[in-house]
Design a protein around this ligand. Sequence first.
Ligand code: HPA
Length: 269
Amino acid sequence: MHDTPEADHIADRIRAIAGDAPVELGLVLGSGLSHLAEAVKGRTIPYADLPGFPQPSVSGHAPKLVVGSLFGARVALFGAREHYYEHGRPDAMRLPLETVRALGAERLLLTNAAGSMRADIPPGELMLVTDHINFSGLNPLIGEPTDARFVPMTDAYDPGMRQGLAAAARAEGIALNAGVYAWYSGPSFETPAEIQAIHTLGADAVGMSTVPEVILARFLGLKVAAISTITNMAAGLSDEAISHDHTKKMAPLGAEKLERLLARYLTQA
Ligand code: HPA
């Protein structure tokens, strides 16, 4: 599949700032995880300087791209994503992901904050996403005119990347739970009845992102994996009130483990 002229143009602009070496991995940071951007030794480019890039407006996300070395791997790190609930665009991350591919990346690692439906995966835990349920009915490829839109989604979460991440977690002594992530559009949180329904359907965690990016990544031929940091028990499953402030407050609990996991993964893979 050919890169789009827009993505090629932006990739040229990024290379002029951050250097020509091909990027190995794209990394998208979820709510409250943006401090990882500081660990990258490289150049920072605000999305505002990249024409056509989204201008995410969610607190706890930093809208900047950092290209450089993270634990020895050359990465393009997205400090923020645009969520569907911001402007109603399921394909909001298409250009950024096309750009990451134009920069040479073959792998994409997505992170997010999520609510858990599993008592054995409480807040502070990490969950490696094994599969997803698109509970929104939306799709970022609606309107794509080519037959490439018929993307197979079996093993969408790349088995090789999952094995690598699981091995890195074992080596670091980090418990890496595995489970199914359900995408709920947001921005309102789910009702307890919706959570019961999603859990009955087979989901272990719920969040407002990631799924459209996984579909886009597979469309673009990128290998993709996703890790959730569990920030709360989903609606109705605990007495704790659910809020965005609470998500931001809790995300750093998992962030320390996520950083160690990534350090090991990027060093070994
Ligand atoms: N629901 C949806 N998105 C979330 C949640 C949740 O409980 N926690 C963090 N992001």
